[in-house]
Ligand binder design. Sequence first.
Ligand code: HEM
Length: 478
Amino acid sequence: MRQLRRRKAGEPPLDNGWLPFFGWAFKFGKDPLKFLNLQQKKHGDIFTSYLAGKYMTFILDPTQYQYVIKQAKHLDFREFANEFASRTFDYPRITEAKFPQLRDNMHRIYKIMQGRPLDKLTDSMMGNLQHVFKWKFSQATDWRTEKMYQFCCDIIFEASFMTLYGKDPVADGHKLISEIRENFTKFDAKFPYLVLNVPIALLGATRKIREELIRIFFPNKMEKRSEVSDLVQTRKNVLDQYDVLQDHDRAAHHFAFLWASVGNTIPAAFWALYYLVKHPEALKAVRKELDHLLQSTGQKRGPNYDIHITRDQLDSLVVLGSAINESLRLCSASMNIRVVQEDFALELEGDQAYNLRKGDIVAIYPPTLHKDPEVYEDPEAYKYDRYIEDGKEKTTFYKKGKKLKHFLMPFGSGATKCPGRFFAVNEIKQFLAVIVLYLEMEMVENKILKQDNSRTGLGILLPESDIKFRYKPRKLVS
Ligand code: HEM
């Protein structure tokens, strides 16, 4: 029988829940936002809830987020992430003493995903997207109906895979990649269970599928690939320096990176497209901005032309950027988790401080911010231009009269913020640009899609089901 914890002086309000082991876990799992909002009404903006073996202190006031995020010494995430990544993707923890500096060396590579080095990756993605696009749509002349999630998954997976991992010189590229994608989708469906520590042996064929996915990246296969990105090549070089890593372990690291690079980007691209097609006024505004960019750069659309949009030009697409931010606001649910390293007092703004206990978890759950009506008026509504002000990107959002430092958090925060975030947003922009410039689109089904909460805390939520839409080539203007 669980010994109920008692709140000590100076600690946040404590709620043990009423189920012996699980505490509030089921209520949280069913609808986290509803649960947290109810707890907030009961206890205020900061409280500790007991959830299936863990005491979690939630910080719900976004004006206080920065005080948690800057506490890198007392509040650590890496060990937690390390443990779950090693278990989920099947490689030894990178912090083990036999891999000196491996974690730091891997993190140093993330610079290639920012600033100027991103230009090359962005150009390569643009080329690959159009390659996949032409292959997929060269026959299309009239309306064609497809499932939208599947459509996004096919295109983003193939273009991203080729951009990062290059080509297999022998196999039929499209066929091979679609086989990998099918396995990836099966693995991804079980991903939330693996994170929850459900033994892989209980998850049907998942172990075999994971092994097949890892085998794609074995050193003998990686050696043969051509046009591998600098990013993946540099990771490979770092991993190769560690003789103690087995071939399997190295390959598993590449597989983990593949998951990181498409696992969230695919659903994020889907929601961005879904909202655009569902809101014709948004689609029209985005198309106008893109048509204008093509005209002003002297480019034409057509079967024999490739579109070039540089990284700087992508940055200048304010309407498209806003539409993507708005869909990220609505569909992202990554929990920012930190583990308390030792008993300490968390100091917050306004002379507030809370005593926290070693081993407890401190959590920021961005949907409470993203759906806060004080920060975002009419928060359930999709407004494609919510992030535009005076023709520029809007970055001023307020809570309790204070300007928020963190107002949109799909990519985590602080030291563990997603290193691929710039590439991810560029990819989604490129994907939408190509589709919107080339295709007319409309919904075939009129249902409102709900989000599947099984990935709550893990990143971008998936839709509960797929949805049909139709498209045909846009008329060319001479
Ligand atoms: C980590 C979100 C796309 C590479 C993360 C984290 C989040 C996230 C929430 C954990 C951050 C934290 O714990 O605070 C997303 C979303 C994406 C996306 C929403 C797409 C919309 C990408 C892409 C790449 C990538 C395209 C690579 C090409 C990574 C890596 C990590 C990571 C390597 C682990 C970083 C570490 O080791 O600390 N991502 N990500 N992500 N992401 Fe992304």
